[in-house]
Design a binder for this molecule. Structure first.
Ligand code: NDP
Ligand code: OXD
Length: 314
């Protein structure tokens, strides 16, 4: 029997349990409660599938062979100073998750492009008024982070005819997208972005990147979509940019504290659309196939797929 420690406070264990049972009958899904009650000893844990685990958890597992992030991001694991860095770590890279993110980005880009926030305000005033509407080809969308998710969102937005810019850490060529990279490319990238989409990983370099200085470099009236991490944003700076009118509207899926505290200004801001970190929820049907495939690879002495480069940090 293989003992797989499963931890997530937002996922239903039963669904994951059934999905694992469907794929491999010899995987025993262990919870923190099982460890705490002594039902399973920490030394008997072979693998861990984790979302936002408590700090120090992996350090308690001496026989651990690999850590599987339950999401695409790994910041929730790397934030643990005691994380076991001597075992392989994988993250979710999957067409199911990618498709969900692309749907989210396209939905909210189109809402901003078609000025839905202005029509919502007019509806509240009972006003029937048509507003000027550029074509998609006259609207430039800028995507911060053109990796797996940003790359697919760009493909879908390109198919709708939008003008596209992308910003990455290293130089890249993406057909149909004007590419920029590094701090030296950021100014030129931002200057033309009418709708800015953040799909960056959270790292020491990207934390707080959406701040007053960056927002001031966007054209007046730009919109912002954050489907990456709350800590990319300096909330006070984003709210100030909305108050001044420099930023027309924002769509936010992720926050510093989740669930977003009830007294947070975002909840009732007329030009903020918020969603509860659901842009691309990991689907057990896809993730379990990846995890069981990786366990089989590791058992054969092969490298797992979607391995994280811990030195790079994403
Ligand atoms: P990838 O690793 O595939 O892509 C990351 C991209 O960001 C790459 O293009 C990378 O550049 C770029 N990047 C990284 N650091 C920097 C930097 N310092 N400066 C400029 N560009 C940088 O990640 P994914 O696309 O799979 O996922 C992105 C993030 O989306 C995840 O880390 C996660 O936080 C978030 N996410 C949110 C979800 C939600 O539901 N809200 C769901 C899933 C993911 P380069 O190409 O040069 O490496
Ligand atoms: C992820 C997420 O990283 O859901 O996959 O945020």
């Amino acid at each position: 029997m293989i003992n797989l420690l499963f931890h997530s406070e937002v996922d239903r264990r039963e669904w994951w349990h059934d999905e694992f049972a469907r794929h491999r009958g010899d995987i025993n899904l262990v919870t923190l409660a099982d460890l705490d009650s002594g039902t399973v000893a920490p030394a008997d844990i072979d693998y861990a599938l984790l979302w936002k685990p408590p700090a120090g958890l992996t350090a308690r597992l001496p026989a651990l062979k690999a850590i599987f992030s339950l999401g695409a991001g790994i910041d929730h694991l790397l934030s643990d100073p005691e994380l076991r860095r001597d075992v392989p770590m994988t993250r979710v890279v999957d067409p199911n998750l990618t498709a969900r993110m692309t749907e989210y980005v396209v939905l909210h880009v189109l809402r901003h492009h078609r000025r839905q926030h202005d029509y919502d305000a007019l509806q509240r005033l009972g006003k029937w008024r048509a507003l000027a509407q550029p074509l998609a080809s006259e609207r430039r969308i800028g995507i911060l982070g053109l990796g797996v998710l940003g790359g697919d969102a760009a493909r879908a937005l390109g198919a709708l005819g939008f003008a596209l810019s992308g910003w990455t850490r290293t130089p890249r060529t993406v057909p149909g997208v004007e590419m920029f990279h590094g701090s030296e490319g950021l100014n030129s990238f931002l200057a033309a972005c009418e709708i800015l989409v953040c799909l960056l990983p959270l790292t020491a370099e990207t934390e707080g990147i959406i701040n007053a200085s960056l927002l001031a470099r966007l054209p007046k009236g730009a919109c912002f979509i954050n489907a990456a991490r709350g800590r990319h944003v300096v909330d006070a700076d984003l709210l100030a940019a909305l108050e001044s009118g420099h930023l027309a509207a924002a769509t936010l899926d992720v926050f510093h504290v989740e669930p977003l505290p009830q007294d947070h200004a975002y909840w009732h801001h007329p030009r903020v659309t918020l969603t509860p970190h659901i842009a691309a929820v990991t689907d057990p049907r896809a993730c379990v196939a990846q995890v069981t495939g990786n366990i089989a690879r590791l058992e054969r002495g092969e490298a797992p797929v979607n391995l994280v480069d811990l030195r790079r940090g994403y």
